[in-house]
Design a protein around this ligand. Sequence first.
Ligand code: GRF
Length: 203
Amino acid sequence: PSLVVLISGSGSNLQSLMDAISAGRMTARIAAVISNKADAYGLQRATQAGIPTQIIDHTQFAGREAFDQALQQCIDQFKPDLVILAGFMRILTADFVRHYSGKMLNIHPSLLPLYKGINTHQRVLDDKAREHGVSVHFVTPELDGGPVIMQAKVPVLPSDTAQSLAQRVQEQEHHIYPRVAKWFVEGRLKLEGNQVMLDGNAL
Ligand code: GRF
């Protein structure tokens, strides 16, 4: 099975997927890494691993529709079985999302449905929440609203800054994203309507 991974930044989640593949924990091929930012460090990680990269700079497009169309065209030339959003910081149009219905995953740094959107770590601290975490979900047109597949929790410590909390969450991200991707490429994970199915059972 082949994957296309979309990034905007550091690409540490991309790295965790590449590591899972090279360690033989998951049988898949990353056909391409696509970034909307030319300076995303994840592009270097991909190049180092011999994975083709593409840059589609959203600032060069008149609007979201035009950008998403170009992105879709770019993705589809690789005919991926699965599209993985890994720190891809763009809101996607409903048409784009529907085109990859049941074939696109996202990772979001919160215990969804809590803390959709950005700056989750700081908002968790501001609320004095005692627990935080990360969610992997199927992408649906509602922002960060798609059905959750797997979550990992971390404690919030009194000494935490947004940065220390983010780091604790990221460690969990790197565990759970490859595990979910593995389920998908093994054909064990499906989206039926709004219901996640694992091995034929509702999650
Ligand atoms: C992660 O925290 C992810 O949850 C969020 O963006 C960040 C991406 O980090 N959506 P990286 O680029 O994978 O290192």
